[in-house]
Write a protein that binds this ligand. Structure first.
Ligand SMILES: [Zn+2]
Length: 264
């Protein structure tokens, strides 16, 4: 076999794997239709062009966070009307969590600089840290506090942090860094990626508390990230209307990237 046919084989295998993952995720309701299309494109790029080195970290992120979103389903039902998005991911969520990852493999294909692989890991570490903070944080029956004022708030409110959520966030970041460690990143960078990803999640809470649009339902008076609640439009009580959860995720991951580059 020539190099070209080996490469074509890897791309075809990538397309096949991407299709399997997306179909299973759609059936399990981890993704809606637009989320499935976005994930398929991202998966072909990463499985097809990146091989195991790039595929393992994103599989760790995707599989564990999908499963976590279904854990403690009963308890999370309560927050279904608080969070802007539910467990079923749409294309905007996939782009917010995986868009930077997609950008870095694309840059790496154009110019194979190891920096891009590190940035890829940082963007996934930040996404995983944020997902674990929320999904694991709300499973514990402790009263979280606002990151800005340290006042006690309802679980699930943007900007609410707890001991368990914060611990989970760091572990989530560390796990992604570890999944890249076995593919030749140094120990120092493993630590740096874990810390950068973790601080992305801290930034996420901070932006959530300070600038993200927060709304109150005019019917049931509950606080929410949603623009409609109880079938009627909600009133904005603070934050920017244009700054939604997906944008907060992108900004936070970018903050992690900046932190990493600063110390690289
Ligand atoms: Zn309501």
């Amino acid at each position: 076999m020539t190099v070209d046919s080996i490469f074509m084989g890897q791309v075809l295998l990538g397309v096949f794997l991407a299709l399997v993952i997306v179909l299973l995720s759609y059936k399990a309701k981890f993704l809606n239709f637009s989320g499935s299309v976005a994930t398929f494109i991202l998966a072909v790029l990463i499985f097809g062009f990146g091989g195991w080195k790039w595929s393992v970290p994103i599989l760790v992120f995707f599989i564990l966070s999908s499963l976590l979103s279904k854990a403690g389903k009963k308890r999370k039902e309560k927050f279904k009307n608080t969070f802007e998005k539910s467990g079923v991911r749409d294309y905007a969520q996939v782009a917010a969590n995986g868009g930077l990852a997609g950008l870095f493999i694309f840059l790496y294909i154009l110019n194979p600089d190891p920096l891009y692989y590190h940035l890829y890991l940082v963007s996934l570490a930040a996404a995983n840290a944020d997902t674990w903070a929320t999904e694991i944080g709300v499973l514990f029956k402790t009263t979280p506090r606002m990151i800005t004022t340290f006042q006690k708030v309802e679980p699930g409110v943007s900007g609410a942090i707890s001991f368990y959520g914060t611990t989970a966030s760091f572990l989530g970041s560390l796990l992604i860094a570890l999944s890249g460690y076995f593919f030749s990143i140094s120990f120092e960078r493993l630590i740096l990626i874990s810390i950068a990803g973790f601080f992305g999640s801290v930034m996420d809470s901070f932006l959530g508390a300070s600038f993200q649009g927060q709304y109150q339902c005019s019917m049931c008076t509950s606080y929410t990230e949603k623009k409609t609640h109880c079938d009627s439009p909600t009133n904005r009580i603070k934050g920017f209307r244009w700054l939604n959860n997906d944008l907060v995720n992108i900004l936070s991951a970018s903050f992690s990237i900046l932190l990493f580059i600063l110390f690289y």
